[in-house]
Design a protein around this ligand. Structure first.
Ligand code: CU
Ligand code: CU
Length: 325
């Protein structure tokens, strides 16, 4: 396996500023034993071998404050480095999965359709208060699971598959971001000109639980998810945001919804050549910090990070753990 470590994106500003810029039963327990055994191999699970499931877009429909969200668990090849495809375990064929945006006060009516023919998957939203053995229960192959939760906590939250062994399911690609927009907004909303979603995650040797547990990541990558029409949407591909930098104009105030999926590494998120004027840790308006050079993101952590690029140019962002850059 190619071990490449090139982890930075770029924001440029337009005047030529690229702003680089189910219920658990004894059956399920037996299935989990099978999963654990399989996940200790580095090989593709047999049933996945020739499987490339076409990405299925998530369905999000609003009816008042009820939001119906339907997502899939599916097996899809994801390019994570030039000519290197990873047979990822995904939500909706993307890794990281699609960004989901709801409002504080909404009721989420969530359905997971498990298109994987061989192993169970599930959904764990960090934005939720629920008994995980109920809300986040495994969904068997070719079945659907539903749960309902109120989105009462605003912020930038991780979601991930919570099926055992969780490390395999996250590291194989089953993670993403849900943004719960605060009912009263952020105090800096009126200043924002551009906003983007930035996600960090790391990859390991294919489906190798031993490497995921004790090894070093093979790749540490940034991706972006389209928040608005016309925005770029990428997987966790090495150099993905170098090839397609984010763009903004000099002087505009930029907001990043940034999150670190891990599964293991800490992120010291930093934009070279600027200071974060306003930061909301975990995206909560109550956690408002000013003048930060680097935003610390534990595995699963998120933030809203805002800054202005005063001069035209190319601005790289990195995790300041430079062994990963
Ligand atoms: Cu899973
Ligand atoms: Cu979690």
């Amino acid at each position: 396996m190619k071990r490449s470590k090139r982890n930075f994106g770029i924001v440029t500003s337009l005047l030529v500023i690229p702003l680089i810029l189910s219920a658990c039963s004894s059956e399920a327990v037996e299935e989990n034993d099978v999963v654990r055994a399989d996940a200790n191999k580095t090989e593709v699970i047999g049933a996945h071998e020739s499987l490339i499931q076409e990405p299925v877009a998530p369905e999000v429909e609003r009816d008042g404050s009820d939001v119906y969200i339907q997502m899939t668990a599916q097996i899809t090849d994801v390019e994570i480095a030039n000519t290197y495809n990873y047979k990822a375990w995904t939500f909706n064929g993307e890794a990281p999965g699609p960004v989901i945006v709801v409002n504080e006060g909404d009721t989420i009516r969530f359905t997971l359709e498990n298109l994987d023919p061989s192993i169970p998957h599930s959904m764990d939203f960090h934005a939720v208060h629920t008994a995980p053995n109920k809300g986040f229960a495994d969904v068997a192959p070719n079945e659907e699971g539903t749960f309902v939760f109120p989105a009462n906590s605003p912020g930038v939250f991780m979601y991930h598959c919570g099926t055992d062994p969780v490390l395999s399911h996250i590291a194989n690609g089953m993670h993403g971001v849900i943004i719960v927009q605060p009912a009263e907004g952020y105090p800096t909303d009126a200043e924002i000109d551009q906003e983007f979603v930035i996600i960090q995650n790391e990859w390991y040797r294919y489906n190798d639980l031993e490497d995921m547990t004790n090894g070093e990541p093979s790749q540490v990558v940034f991706s972006t998810k389209a928040l608005h029409d016309g925005q770029v949407n990428t997987n966790g591909t090495v150099g993905g945001l170098i090839d397609r930098p984010l763009e903004a104009k000099a002087g505009e105030k930029i907001r990043f919804y940034v999150a670190n999926m891990g599964p293991n590494e800490y992120s010291s998120f930093h934009v070279i050549g600027t200071v974060f004027d306003d930061v909301y840790i975990d995206g909560s308006p109550f956690n408002h910090y000013k003048g930060m050079q680097t935003v610390g993101l534990p595995a699963s952590g998120g933030a809203v990070a805002e800054f202005t690029l005063t001069d035209e140019g190319e601005y790289k962002f990195v995790t300041h753990h430079f062994n990963h850059v």
